[in-house]
Ligand binder design. Structure first.
Ligand SMILES: NC(=O)c1ccc[n+]([C@@H]2O[C@H](COP(=O)([O-])OP(=O)(O)OC[C@H]3O[C@@H](n4cnc5c(N)ncnc54)[C@H](OP(=O)(O)O)[C@@H]3O)[C@@H](O)[C@H]2O)c1
Length: 254
């Protein structure tokens, strides 16, 4: 249908944690839709590998090393974006990490702080920087990568669940605050997606079988399953949608 295609040409997009997994799939799809794309990550070797993958597909990417949980590094990342790409229109807060953790009540403070920093504070820091630029540009799109764990307590992942629940409320609060500035803030919440991050779940057959019992569609997600919803939320097709969380879970929460 004419006028209904996703077209990101003329837009600048930053995907944090875009050097592999879900973030890289999102970043590549945005480049394919015409955006000028930047990715960030901590390890240079991961960024280099991602940049080579983009090149192989004849796509351009700006790959910048920055720890998303450290304010100084996030500030520098945005300075590079200003210098190289002239600002930002689309921010995907994709950085996240989960490690199997003891029960929340028994976790030590350092572990709690670390998981909050990577999964929640990272989105706060990048959003604050992006919003300053988006306001000057007359609008923008922020998309947070949450998880169904935000609304479904899971043993061994308790701190991650708490952080992702915070990320979903951050999504709604920012959406309300920034609506007058024409900045849409939404999130997607996948169930298990086949990436390095989730390898402990899908590489063990008995754990995988237990997970599959909870997914009506009978399979775990691929990164491509997440991309479509994120592209929609990054595009003008979703201009009147804000503060929304889209589950990408094969029916799990239903
Ligand atoms: N995979 C799943 O099953 C699943 C399900 C639901 C939600 N999610 C969410 O989806 C997002 C992406 O997950 P994924 O599975 O694609 O993970 P992944 O394969 O582990 O990739 C994570 C990416 O983030 C970067 N990163 C990690 N910590 C960082 C930090 N502190 N600062 C900057 N970059 C950092 C990594 O690069 P470096 O290591 O080089 O920094 C990498 O590029 C996360 O928010 C996760 O919670 C995943």
């Amino acid at each position: 249908m004419s006028g209904m295609e996703i077209d990101l040409s003329g837009k600048v997009a930053l995907v944090t944690g875009g050097s592999r997994g879900i973030g890289m799939a999102i970043a590549m799809s945005m480049a394919e839709k015409g955006a000028r794309v930047a990715i960030s990550g901590r390890k240079q070797e991961n960024l280099d590998r991602a940049a080579a993958d983009f090149k192989e597909r004849h796509l351009q990417v700006l790959a910048v090393s920055a720890n998303a949980g450290q304010a100084g590094q996030v500030d520098s990342l945005f300075s590079v974006l200003d210098r190289e790409l002239g600002g930002v229109d689309i921010l995907v807060n994709n950085v996240g990490t989960n490690i199997l953790t003891p029960s929340v009540a028994e976790a030590d403070e350092g572990l709690f702080d670390k998981l909050m920093e990577t999964n929640l504070k990272s989105a706060f820091l990048a959003s604050a920087q992006a919003v300053k630029r988006m306001k000057k540009r007359g609008g923008g799109k922020i998309i947070n990568i949450s998880s169904i764990a935000a609304r479904k307590a899971a043993r061994g992942m308790g701190i991650y669940c708490v952080a992702k629940a915070g990320l979903e409320m951050l999504t709604k609060v920012l959406a309300q605050e920034l609506a007058p500035d024409r900045i849409n803030v939404n999130a997607v919440a996948p169930s298990v997606v086949k990436t390095k991050f989730s390898q402990p779940f899908w590489s063990n057959e008995s754990i995988l079988n237990e997970i599959l019992k909870t997914i009506p569609m009978g399979r775990i997600a691929e990164t491509s399953d997440v991309v479509g919803a994120v592209l929609f939320l990054a595009s003008s097709l979703s201009d009147f949608i804000t503060g929304e969380i889209i589950n990408i879970d094969g029916g799990s929460l239903a």
